[in-house]
Design a protein around this ligand. Structure first.
Ligand SMILES: *Cc1c(COP(=O)(O)O)cnc(C)c1O
Length: 410
């Protein structure tokens, strides 16, 4: 049996415990949704005030040069590169994950012109599948998106597959792919491997070069804590940067944006993956958040993530018994930094938890999802959540009719 005292002992021995104070978390709230919207780093709030008041308010247009706004996408990209096993000059911060995926997927398809299939898995994040579908439709040359169950991915890598498109950690189940193995299989079949790191960047060490990956995108507002709608990132290794022109040929990806030439000439290197003007406010808060994350050793972050999620699984199964069913892999090494449980009334159960100050989220059709951002989530939070869940289920608090109406965002 485990107890609240075990959680307290684990927190007392946690080398990352001091990081929690770097985040502005409301008193008394258990926040297990950092995989959807990361918490606010206190320094990010300070940076935003500075950028708004001084750089924008006083510097005005001069700040594009004086405050280095124009280089911010690359500076932030270089910080993200250190988290994902990329080299300097290989990552830019720009646009949304969806838009970046459009850019790199189009680029990948142009590198395999004789092939027509984008292979992905059933259950991959819909945004990614919609983007792939839209691109295939636009290309209009018989391109298609083929979805197969996870276990059939390798067998489906035939000689028509141009790109294998996968999300490293599954948003619903938390299952983590073996990036190196699947990239190797894609290459053996002559395909490129594109990885979406939305649910892994910042939560675990990543080694894009070590895995031999070809292209990657990721999200700025989940574990990277850039704030709601913060810009995303994309990675193009040096070996591929000049091999293609991305389709959103915007002026900030031009070789000389301020020459105002009528014809497009792509910038050398990863800068050609920029399109329009960067959102300086939200990119600045992401920049400040990355400074906090970069202070942590990601191997220690991963070790805590595995310990936290394992403790949570054990606590929930002990406190709730058969009432919920584990959806995530039981083996910690095969999970990302989240744990999902299924319950037939999951939406109402999550609403009842949130009403008690325990914030996770719901994913259709029946998943209770709990994210464990290791920099600010404590073992005590895992324990309190397991207890609150047991309490909701045993008191039938989730059966109140007002908890059945769905909000626009779940
Ligand atoms: C969160 C997430 C996105 C979000 O994309 P946006 O363009 O920011 O809306 C995309 N893909 C995956 C796998 C995600 O988890």
């Amino acid at each position: 049996m485990i107890s609240r005292a075990d959680a307290a002992a684990l927190d007392a021995a946690d080398p990352l415990a001091p990081f929690r104070d770097r985040f502005a978390l409301p008193e008394g709230l258990v926040y297990l949704d950092g995989n959807s919207l990361g918490a606010l780093p206190k320094t990010a709030a300070g940076r935003l005030a500075e950028v708004v008041g001084r750089e924008w308010g006083e510097g005005l247009i001069r700040s594009w040069n004086d405050a280095g706004w124009i280089d911010l996408p690359r500076r932030v990209g270089d910080k993200i590169a250190r988290l994902v096993g990329a080299a300097p000059g290989e990552v830019v911060c720009a646009d949304s994950t969806s838009v970046n995926l459009w850019k790199v997927l189009a680029a990948a398809l142009s590198l395999r012109p004789e092939r027509r299939t984008v292979l992905s898995e059933e259950g991959n994040f819909p945004a990614d599948l919609y983007v792939a579908e839209g691109l295939a439709r636009l290309l209009g040359k018989g391109h298609r998106v083929r979805l197969v169950p996870k276990r059939e991915l390798v067998a489906a890598l035939d000689d028509d597959v141009a790109a294998l498109l996968l999300t490293h950690v599954d948003y619903r189940t938390g299952e983590r792919h073996d990036m190196e193995r699947l990239t190797g299989s894609a290459h053996a079949a002559g395909a490129l491997a594109i990885w979406d790191l939305a649910h892994s960047a910042g939560a675990m060490p990543l080694d894009l070069h070590g895995a031999g990956a070809d292209l990657a995108v990721g999200c700025g507002y989940k574990y990277l804590c850039g704030g709601p709608g913060a810009p995303a990132f994309l990675w193009v290794p040096k070996r591929l940067q000049d091999a293609f022109v991305q389709p959103l040929s915007g002026w900030l990806g031009h070789a000389a944006p301020f020459a105002f030439e009528s014809a497009y000439r792509p910038a050398p290197g990863v800068a050609r993956f920029l399109c329009g003007t960067p959102p300086i406010l939200s990119m600045s808060s992401l920049d400040a958040a990355l400074d906090v994350i970069l202070e942590a050793d990601l191997a220690i972050v991963r070790a805590k993530s595995e310990a936290l999620t394992s403790f949570f699984v054990e606590a929930v199964e002990q406190e709730c018994g058969e009432a919920v069913r584990l959806v995530s892999p039981r083996e910690a090494a095969r999970r990302g930094s989240q744990v999902s449980f299924a319950h037939p009334d999951a939406y109402a159960v999550m609403c009842a938890l949130i009403a008690r100050g325990v914030v996770g989220d719901f994913r259709a059709p029946d998943v209770l999802r709990f994210g464990f951002a290791p920099l600010y989530v404590r073992f005590a939070d895992a324990w309190e959540t397991a207890r609150a869940l047991a309490d909701v289920l045993s008191s039938h608090a989730h059966e109140r009719p007002e908890l059945r109406r769905r909000a626009a965002v779940t």
